[in-house]
Design a protein around this ligand. Structure first.
Ligand code: PPS
Length: 294
């Protein structure tokens, strides 16, 4: 897949007020009308929060720990992104998903407000992964630099302002994590934190196994932990996005599997940027019992 100049470095385009990757926005009706199925498993996240990690975990759980089976295809083919589309270049994720047998695994970064209503009608299982916003901002900044479907992020200090204002792909981080947090009480949503996955992957993977109604052996669980470690996923061409055209994702600019740690923000934020960010965080998280580990 070669990215045509038509979609390269285009500015975010709003969908009902949410800044969206321009190439995804034509014919948005396909998202609104998307037909979910009861067996669908959705991996929902704000960008750069551990989507690929959770997607591979779910895939290998469904394969009962058979890591060879999970090497059958790339992560973006096994777990298509619902909203993904580059008109004239790649068919929409929604269309690819229609042709897949159940149970489908579906990736999305959509905020609650843009989710197709059929997901609620079918009461699908949704795994939401959230990550602390300082590391999200840093990861997103590097991703914007290497992903040519996104606008150029400009210098870090300017990018950070845009992040705080929510003028980044998929809109404001805070509303995204908050709305999904509230919804978890009413729907079948497992809400997981990236930092918890780093701290104790075995514990968090077991939560996913239980949520999916599976019963896997200790041996299978151990295999899944090893297979989905940062090192293993960085070396695995099925998960590290190196199979994606460099006209779309230029890994010479920044690798997709970049650092995979908690606290890399400390290498990017100045003291005053961190203070400003903390004020934003306090303001946005006040009134919720949602809290993040930095
Ligand atoms: S995307 O493009 O929004 O779908 O990206 P996403 O997969 O959500 O997030 C990418 C970040 O997750 C890190 N990552 C991991 N961390 C720890 N362990 C594993 N196995 C793992 N796999 C991916 C990846 O390195 C990105 O974070 P940064 O901070 O940029 O390294």
């Amino acid at each position: 897949m070669e990215l045509s100049s038509e979609w390269r470095r285009r500015d975010w385009t709003p969908v009902r007020g949410v800044p969206m990757i321009c190439a995804f926005t034509p014919n948005w009706k396909r998202i609104d009308d998307f037909q979910a199925r009861e067996e669908d498993i959705v991996i929902a996240t704000y960008p750069k929060s551990g989507t690929t990690w959770m997607s591979e975990i779910v895939d290998v759980i469904l394969s009962e720990g058979d890591t060879e089976k999970s090497a059958r295809d790339t992560i973006y083919n096994k777990v298509p992104m619902l909203e993904f589309c580059v008109p004239g270049v790649v068919p929409p994720g929604s269309q690819i998903l229609e042709s897949l047998p159940s149970p489908r695994m579906i990736k999305t970064h959509l905020p609650v407000s843009l989710m197709p209503k059929s997901f609620w009608e079918k009461n699908c299982k949704i795994i939401y992964v959230a990550r602390n916003p300082k590391d999200v901002a840093v990861s997103f900044y590097h991703f914007d630099k290497m992903n040519y479907l996104h606008p150029d992020p400009g210098p870090w200090e300017e990018y950070l302002e845009k992040f705080l204002q929510g003028v980044v792909g998929f809109g404001p981080w805070a509303a995204h994590v908050r709305d999904w947090w509230v919804l978890r009480q009413q729907r079948s949503i497992l809400y997981i934190f990236y930092e918890d996955m780093l701290e104790d992957p075995r514990r968090e993977i077991q939560k996913v196994i239980t949520f999916l109604g599976k019963d896997l052996s200790e041996e299978a669980l151990e295999k899944i932990c090893l297979h989905t470690s940062f090192k293993a996923m960085k070396e695995n061409p099925a998960t590290n996005y190196t199979t994606m055209s460099s006209t779309l994702m230029d890994q010479a600019v920044s690798p997709f599997m970049r650092k995979g740690i908690c606290g890399d923000w400390k290498n990017h934020f100045t003291v005053s940027q961190s203070k400003r960010f903390d004020e934003y965080y306090q303001r946005e998280m006040s009134g919720t019992d949602l809290s993040f580990c930095f």
